[in-house]
Design a protein around this ligand. Structure first.
Ligand code: AKG
Length: 236
């Protein structure tokens, strides 16, 4: 069977030569995009780009919500997921090398606690009544695993991808398809929710950085084993 992940993505060659993880400057007047209240200067910044033009393009198309689930909810998801995941081996040498060091599954039926979390996720991410992919995609990245720059296939996935991160913080990078110098980083803290939709989903590649490249605003973000629980809507 072809890997679920592989079916759903288009690898970007252009973005593979993307920006250096080292940030040399910070905008003088930092702008915020979804998930960072502009009126609360003490809120941790979760989306960064050195370009105000990129931030403007991504406004409303990218959201990161810290602490979207509680520690207890994270444990509930892991209790359901771990037994199935543990039966699989991490794959390190996938034929098209789009994703490295991972195992995955999809799940349609969940216990009541997890079902409630997923309903909350879906109502945060998708417009009411929008048609969604039933099975939830679960991606388990080994500590050494990473996801290369890609755009999810328009054949299988609609306008929105939303995921909760379990077990580890990580950095997701978005790179414009038109200009590799136009990029933004999202700080995906453990238990946070990210939503990438519309322009961010179609016009930017996304990737999850490997541990040694994992920096946000110059700060090291150690990457451990990370599980993401990802919901998508269907193409219109
Ligand atoms: O692990 C993640 O949160 C990102 C997964 C991803 O890139 C995808 O499913 O297209």
């Amino acid at each position: 069977m072809r890997a679920l992940f592989t079916v759903c993505k288009r690898l970007s060659e252009k973005a593979l030569v993307g920006p250096s993880p080292t940030l040399s400057w910070v905008p003088r007047r930092p702008r915020s995009v979804g998930g960072i209240p502009a009126c609360n200067p003490s809120a941790r910044r979760l989306v960064f780009s050195p370009s105000s033009e990129v931030l403007e393009k991504l406004r409303g198309h990218v959201e990161v919500r810290e602490n979207f689930i509680s520690e207890e909810e994270e444990r509930a998801l892991l209790r359901e997921l771990e037994p199935g995941l543990k039966k699989k081996r991490y794959e390190f040498d996938h034929w098209d090398d789009a994703i490295h060091g991972y195992r995955e599954t999809e799940r349609l039926r969940w216990g009541p606690e997890c079902q409630a979390i997923l309903e909350r996720l879906r109502s945060a991410a998708f417009p009411q009544g929008s048609q969604q992919l039933g099975p939830v995609h679960v991606l388990d990245l080994d500590q050494k695993g990473y996801i290369k720059a890609h755009i999810d296939s328009v054949k299988f996935c609609g306008s929105t991808i939303a995921g909760v991160s379990l077990l580890s913080d990580s950095v997701m990078r978005l790179v414009s398809e038109d200009n590799v110098e136009h990029w933004a980083d999202l700080l995906l803290l453990r238990r946070s929710l990210y939503i990438i939709r519309d322009r961010a989903r179609y016009k930017f590649t996304h990737e999850v950085l490997k541990d040694e490249d994992s920096f946000f605003l110059g700060e090291r973000i150690p990457r451990d084993r990370r599980i993401s629980v990802i919901c998508r809507n269907l193409p219109a």
